[in-house]
Design a protein around this ligand. Sequence first.
Ligand code: SAH
Length: 311
Amino acid sequence: MSQKKIDFVPHTPAVLKQIFERRGIAPNKQFGQNFLIDQNVLVCIPDIANVKEDDVILEIGTGTGGLTRLLAAGSHHVFTIEVDKKLFELSSDILKLYKNITLINADILKTKHELNPDILSLINNWLKEHNQTQIKVVSNLPYNISTPVIINLLESGLPISFMVLMLQKEITERMTAIPGTREYGILSVITQLFSEVEIVKTLSPDVFWPRPAVHSAIVKVVIHKEKYADRITDYPLFGKIVHAIFTSRRKTLINSLEKLNLPKISREHLKGIIKDMQLDERIRGENLDVDQLIHLSEAIGKLKNPHQEIF
Ligand code: SAH
């Protein structure tokens, strides 16, 4: 990774405390503010993300800019989003000499189910103007919103090639969980639908200031080139089915599906589909892998709209 230059504000607890005190601010728990202060961990993240000169990167949660500047030093351009105005101002100062950073003071989420559309169009337009076809997401995500951010990023249509995320360890276990386990849920299904996930490293709470209560881990999320999701004809229907299964985990698959009251789909139809899939009639939906969920949703979709081709 080539280092382009520049000033150096060491991101140690002592220095950060001093900077915060001078500005009369304190880390805000509500925004999940735990800053990375371990220099070894900080420098290994751009390496894990294989950051290169021509990469465009999206970071969510600029914080004090400790990771941002390392990303900017090795890449073509960094978009970094910070919801907290005070931290946005602070990191704007720390990062002011870097010409390849776009700092945005906004909430990455519009709602729990949608990324901020202004940010998406800004990035998409920039990519188009600069003839760039891909973006990497590299981020120590705010832990309180990491699940909706990951799901919405995957579903956003942004041309993401790769994500390296620092997350609460429990969330990384959910992303990689296999069917039938307690951790397997909506996050597992959506993650595995779009990507291949690998837990690269676990981190102790000591690498952050302030020290969080939980352990963390770094995951590498490689987005499938041939999108699994492209095999889904009716994505909203797929979403509904997955939601129904995991919001009533103790119900059998057939009971969860029946509760959806899908037009033109009787219990007998559902029984037939489950039988065709060579599954036990009493199976719970939480035991289905992504392939089976796609198959199920396509079969139900075909009955709803009989003219649709099944893949
Ligand atoms: N990347 C930095 C900071 C991590 S802490 C580091 O590694 O040190 C997470 C950051 O995300 C905080 O600065 C917090 O203010 C910001 N944040 C929290 N919720 C956010 C949201 N909805 N949109 C954008 N940024 C958010």
